[in-house]
Design a protein around this ligand. Structure first.
Ligand SMILES: [Zn+2]
Length: 222
């Protein structure tokens, strides 16, 4: 069932803005060509180094980085669906047999304004198309930022920690939920850790976190 879903997404979305070309190499006719599929096939695994379970499905390299730009900066639907599929595979790796709430890491208001859309929300919406997950999950935007934070990518590990210290809070009026936190990429894990901290502070149950991609640096941990 899940393979059919992956196939349908990899073979091509129906709502393309541009004619289908391989999103990585440009080969015409398909969203991802056979050759590029070799590096763009999600393989879920638990990553070490956190005090909560963390699953990721893709290595964040040149090809995934290129697709990430298409998904996040250009709002390219086929790329967003690609990451939604990878995230669905990561979430399915938890072997859920009861309903849970999926909580996306909130985007910064300034990046939503600049892009004109919230890429994480778009991607999260497509996760609901996974046939195995759609009856089990709800997407709940429980977290919000308490302040502006700097772009993590240029910061050291210590700076990332300081940048995100108490940066998230849970929106008010939330009842008890069982949660998996999701994000596009995990590098040091500081964003996910801050999200888990904020949720646990409100006595919410966090099963773990799932991301589409993990950086080489992250994969080297543990
Ligand atoms: Zn290709």
């Amino acid at each position: 069932m899940i393979n059919l879903f992956i196939e349908s997404v990899l073979r091509g979305a129906t709502t393309l803005v541009f004619p289908p070309n391989c999103m990585n190499c440009g080969l015409p006719g398909v969203d991802i060509c056979t050759e590029c599929k070799k590096v763009l096939t999600p393989k879920p695994r638990f990553l070490l180094g956190e005090d909560f379970p963390l699953v990721s499905s893709l290595f964040y390299g040149d090809a995934t980085g290129k697709l990430m730009l298409l998904a996040k900066e250009n709002g390219y639907v086929a790329a967003q669906k690609f990451f939604a599929t990878a995230l669905a595979i990561s979430i399915n790796h938890f072997n859920l047999n009861y309903p849970i709430s999926i909580v996306p890491i909130p985007s910064q208001r300034k990046s939503i304004r600049r892009r004109g859309f919230d890429s994480m929300k778009e991607i999260a919406r497509f996760i609901l198309q996974d046939p195995n997950l759609k009856s089990k999950i709800e997407i709940v935007n429980l977290l919000e930022l308490t302040r502006q934070v700097a772009d993590q990518s240029s910061l050291s590990e210590r700076e990332r920690y300081q940048n995100l210290d108490k940066a998230f809070r849970v929106k008010s009026g939330i009842k008890s939920k069982v949660i998996i936190v999701i994000d596009d990429v995990v590098t040091t894990g500081s964003t996910l850790r801050e999200a888990v901290r904020a949720l646990k502070e409100r006595n919410l149950t966090v099963l773990g976190a799932a991301t589409a991609c993990a950086t080489q640096r992250r994969l080297a941990i543990g």
